[in-house]
Design a binder for this molecule. Structure first.
Ligand SMILES: O=P(O)(O)OC[C@H]1O[C@H](O[C@H]2O[C@H](CO)[C@@H](O)[C@H](O)[C@H]2O)[C@H](O)[C@@H](O)[C@@H]1O
Ligand SMILES: O=c1ccn([C@@H]2O[C@H](COP(=O)(O)OP(=O)(O)O)[C@@H](O)[C@H]2O)c(=O)[nH]1
Length: 482
């Protein structure tokens, strides 16, 4: 079997570079080991005159990485537009932030169709396709239109919201019907899977039994595959990182003071505003914790061309300045706020240095930072994870201090409790969480999904009997979706 993995964001095999998001971070080590070919966006665009999609292909461990230049006329409407201004807010239950135009939708469909044509180049008779995330909800259907009869799986890295919220996305029905071209659809949590199935049952009025949906496209199985990390690798990286200059400088600067750490993309789903307000509240309620604990918040810039993200960047920067202005002293800065990324080799050492990991998203598909923080702790003196109950990770890491990210006082109390927690309790909670991480590694996630995809394959998915010639000229999709 030859595996073709597809995602918008890909990662080059450079361990010392910061990762942009958990999807790329998670897939990199498994693609390197399994010998899959990983196809995604190069981040560059090209005009429409190209006869064939242009891909730069390079080796990636035992596998390969193919980075495609996406069509210039459609990239913005696809990535910043429909994917991240309509789907992303809806998937994170922020219907108020949905912005979508017909042109954006047409561009999204164009890029899905373009990716399908490009994938034919990497297809072999024994290929299996595994499509990642909300950027490509319709890619399976486009592949079927081009005659692909191979098994096609799809994994959603984000949450899936309730029927009412997803119905706020223009063309939701058409998109969800297109998803039924997949043989297997994977979700992070039971709740995501159940929300999806309830739309399929109640809005599409399709039969669902034991997670199997029967439609005109054949059978599609929906199931849960919580994504994991490689805990051993993080533990090793953490030990090694303690002598890294960034980590030793941080430790020296703390002067015995305790540290809490947050590591997030600057995204409204991550709950950064409430987190900073919770620290403000904690220092107000417990002035003895001033100079005793500070917060290191790494907030890596993300999707800055989108208005909601630009606004967030200014809002969080102002909040940090206000809190530092109120609680800071000539020789003490309460919040160290960094708008840059670190390689995971350094990040692991920063996690280990911090006595508290604060992961408080309002909604999050999984949140790998939560898992990485736990894996990076020293077994003899582990830190405490304060985790939002709305992160997918909370299902497995229920031995963390679970918080409601809308309850600022509650979060302030949880951080104070984490700082005061006795060693015996810290170790007990950490061991329970490590057992869950070791049970659901990234390697296991990958293997489980592929095995389920093989098992769920049904031959009635082929829509066209024979594959068309490579790079067929298609009808003008933009016109089709207007
Ligand atoms: O590619 P970007 O637009 O820069 O965004 C980064 C990634 O963000 C999202 O990550 C998700 O995947 C993680 C791993 O499963 C999960 O832990 C997290 O909760 C999700 O938010 C997005 O889904 C990816 O497609 C992006 O690449
Ligand atoms: O400076 C940074 C910040 C984050 N990350 C990585 O980015 C990923 C973030 O994934 P998560 O699931 O927490 O959130 P996402 O950004 O995907 O929504 C994690 O693997 C982090 O180790 C990184 O390599 N360097």
């Amino acid at each position: 079997m030859s595996l073709v993995v597809v995602s918008n964001r890909v990662a080059r095999g450079k361990p010392n570079e910061p990762m942009t998001g958990g999807l790329a971070a998670a897939l990199l080590p498994v693609v390197e080991k399994t010998g899959a070919i990983w196809v995604g966006s190069s981040g560059r665009v090209r005009d429409g005159s190209q006869k064939e999609p242009f891909a730069e292909v390079e080796a990636l461990g035992a596998g390969a990485l193919a980075m495609l230049d996406l069509p210039a006329a459609h990239y913005g409407g696809y990535y910043e537009g429909f994917a991240n201004s309509a789907l992303w807010p809806a998937l994170h239950s922020r219907a108020d932030l949905i912005r979508a135009s017909q042109d954006d939708y047409a561009s999204y469909r164009e890029v899905n169709a373009f990716m399908a044509r490009a994938l034919l180049r990497f297809r072999k008779p024994d290929s299996v396709f595994w499509i990642q995330d909300y950027h490509f909800l319709a890619l399976g259907a486009e592949l079927r239109d081009l005659g692909a009869t191979q098994p096609i799986g799809f994994f959603l890295h984000t949450p899936w919201p309730t029927r009412a919220v997803i119905s706020g996305v223009p063309h939701h029905r058409e998109l969800i019907e297109a998803m039924l071209a997949y043989d297997l659809i994977g979700f992070q949590t039971d709740e995501d899977c159940e929300n999806f199935l309830s739309y399929v049952r109640d809005d599409l009025e399709l039969a669902v039994q034991d997670g199997i949906i029967t439609s005109l496209s054949g059978r599609t199985r929906a199931a849960v595959f919580p994504i994991g990390i490689d805990p051993d690798r993080f533990a090793q990286q953490a030990t090694k990182a303690m002598t890294h200059p960034d980590v030793t400088r941080l430790r020296r600067s703390l002067n015995g003071e305790k540290l809490a750490i947050g590591v997030d993309r600057l995204d409204y789903s991550k709950g950064l505003g409430n987190r900073i307000k919770a620290f403000d509240r904690m220092w107000t309620l417990h002035p003895n914790l001033k100079r005793t604990v500070s917060l290191l918040q790494i907030a890596t810039p993300s999707r800055g061309a989108i208005e909601a993200y630009g606004n967030l960047q200014s809002e969080i920067a102002k909040l940090v300045t206000d809190v530092n202005g109120v609680h800071g002293e000539v020789d003490w800065t309460p919040i160290r706020y960094l708008n840059k990324g670190f390689g995971q080799g350094v990040l692991a050492g920063l996690y280990r240095t911090a006595q508290v990991g604060v992961v408080t998203p309002l909604q999050d598909g999984m949140n790998l930072v939560a898992k990485e923080y736990v894996a990076a702790q020293h077994p003899a003196d582990p830190g405490v994870l304060v985790l939002s109950k709305f992160a997918g990770a909370a299902n497995e890491l229920d031995a963390a201090l679970l918080v409601n990210p809308h309850d600022i006082d509650g979060m302030a109390r949880a951080v104070a409790a984490a700082l005061a927690m006795p060693l015996a309790e810290r170790r007990m909670r950490w061991e329970a969480m490590m057992a869950r991480l070791n049970n659901g590694t990234i390697q296991q996630w990958f293997a489980d999904f592929i095995e389920a995809l093989r098992d769920t394959r049904n031959p009635d998915k082929a829509i066209m009997p024979a594959p068309p010639p490579l790079w067929p000229r298609r009808a003008d999709l933009a016109a089709r979706y207007r």
